[in-house]
Structures are given as structure tokens and as C-alpha cells.
Design a binder for this molecule. Structure first.
Ligand SMILES: [Zn+2]
Length: 276
């Protein structure tokens, strides 16, 4: 399923907010990730500035790749043409921009106006299709609506993943039927219903992520989530599937690589082969 040359275990983190960590911490975060076997990390933008920062990071570090996009919680107004053009230019400016992320819908109380969210989501899905990039999408209390928009926009032509998945089996099935992957993160370690769902997912449908960002509200620095925690998620999955950690790594990294094959694939593969 996946390139035999990949070192083992070679894990990939499909979504992080690496750009939010202090610059001087990035190297140590990445080196802890590498020691845990996590050698391919996507830093996802949430605003134009953060998309730019993710791109800069991806250019500075071989194993970091970038996503560009405006997060639904960061919308103040409908996305205008200028912002869309800037996102497009950013994506076209580097081979290391491999996904449109983070985009989606968020129906949490107090979230931005829903009409604005739908407009921004649809426009960014169209952008992803124009660019031929997969979409790593966000959904909070909006799973069916997010999937409906993706279906209407025929986003399966580029594929993608539902990030930080915590839904039920029916939602997972729907997502997969529509041509998308399920991205699992640390909630898998504690949510029993999610473990039951994950147990029944086939390995071709899953990618892994940390969704990490700085967490100063946690007392100890070492408790902050980092890309290295993808390993714990992979270990849990190995236990649920009753397979080895290497099997989980090969499947999930392979899935992410094939998602990125249109653009980031070749670059990611080089990075994999050079990784320790
Ligand atoms: Zn999200």
C-alpha cells in the first residue's frame, strides 16, 4: 500500500497549529516529534497571516508542510475576492502547500454568522478544487451540514479529511462514502464511543493528527499536545485493530501521502526517505 522505503514507524500529523508556537520552540517540538517517529507534519492556517506563517515554517523545515485557509471561527465578513486571491497566490507560491485547511463550519454558540460561514466554506472548497488540493475540514456541531456542502460542491474530486473526528459511526460512514478520510486525534484515547467507531473503520480510511497548539492553561509544559502525540493515537489504534504500530503507521501515513499525491506527494516522499 505504501512505499517500502518508509522508515518504521513513520507517522504523519495531518493537522497542527505549529505556527502558534514561539519560533524558538519549533526545533525542539520537531525533534521530539521525530524521536516519536512523526516525520511529516502539516501546519494549517486559520487566517491569512497564519497561512503565511505556516508557509514560512514549511519552507524552513523539511518535514513541515502547509495548509492555507480561513477558519470559520476567524471570519468577520464574507470572504472577498482579494482574500481568496491571496490564498490562491500563497498556495501557488510553494510546492509545500499541500492542503486547503482549515476551513469548515462551526455552529458553536457565539460562532460567526452562519451565512458568512457557508459562503467562506464553499468559496474555499472551490479554491481547493481549482488548485487540485485536498481539503482538511473542520466541523463542530455541524457534521451533516459540512458533509452536505462538500457533496454539493463535489469536493470528492480532491478528497480530504474530516479533522479531529469525534462523531458516530453513521457520520464516519457518510464521510467515507463521500470520498473523505477520517482524521483521528487524542480524543481516541479517552472517548469509548469513538474507540468503538474506530475499531470498525478500515485502515484505508484513516489519517492521524495532533491538532496541537500552545496550551499555557496546562500547568506543565510537557503536557502540551504536540505532534509527537500522534504516536499515542497510533498505538491506541494498533490495539483496537489488533495490528502492529508499524501497520498503523504504514496505513495512515500512506493514506495521507496518497491524498497529497497531486501536489505534496513527491515532496513528502522525499522527506520521508530522508527522515531518520
Ligand atoms: Zn478544527
Amino acid at each position: 500500500m505504501v512505499d517500502k522505503l518508509l522508515p518504521k514507524p513513520f507517522l504523519a500529523d495531518a493537522r497542527t497549529h505549529l505556527d502558534q508556537y514561539p519560533e524558538e520552540e519549533i526545533l525542539s517540538v520537531l525533534s521530539r516529534a521525530r524521536s516519536a517517529g512523526v516525520g511529516l507534519i502539516i501546519a494549517a492556517g486559520t487566517t491569512l497571516d497564519s497561512s503565511r506563517a505556516c508557509l514560512r515554517l514549511s519552507e524552513g523545515y523539511e518535514d513541515v508542510f502547509a495548509g492555507v485557509g480561513i477558519h470559520p471561527m476567524d471570519l468577520q465578513r464574507p470572504l472577498d475576492q482579494r482574500t481568496l486571491t491571496e490564498l490562491r497566490d500563497l498556495a501557488l507560491s510553494s510546492r509545500k502547500v499541500v492542503v486547503v485547511s482549515e476551513v469548515g463550519l462551526d455552529f458553536l454558540k457565539g460562532a460567526p454568522d452562519r451565512d458568512i460561514q457557508y459562503q467562506a466554506f464553499r468559496e474555499q472548497v472551490r479554491l481547493a478544487k481549482d488548485l487540485g488540493l485536498p481539503v482538511v475540514f473542520h466541523s463542530r456541531e455541524a457534521d451533516l451540514e459540512v458533509l452536505r456542502v462538500l457533496e454539493e460542491e463535489r469536493a470528492w474530486t480532491v478528497g480530504g479529511a474530516m479533522h479531529y473526528f469525534q462523531g458516530d459511526e453513521a457520520t464516519a460512514r457518510r464521510c467515507i462514502e463521500l470520498g473523505f478520510h477520517i482524521s483521528l486525534a487524542k480524543p481516541l484515547l479517552r472517548l469509548l464511543h469513538l474507540q468503538e467507531v474506530a475499531k470498525r473503520l478500515s485502515p484505508e480510511t484513516v489519517v492521524l493528527e495532533s491538532d496541537c497548539y500552545p496550551q499555557p492553561f496546562k500547568k506543565k509544559r510537557e503536557s502540551w499536545t504536540e505532534p509527537r502525540h500522534v504516536r499515542a493515537v497510533a498505538e491506541k489504534l494498533a490495539q483496537l485493530w489488533n495490528v502492529s504500530l508499524e501497520n498503523v503507521a504504514q496505513a495512515t501515513t500512506g493514506n495521507l501521502l496518497s491524498l497529497l499525491a497531486g501536489k505534496g506527494g513527491p515532496v513528502a516522499k522525499e522527506a520521508c526517505q530522508e527522515a531518520p
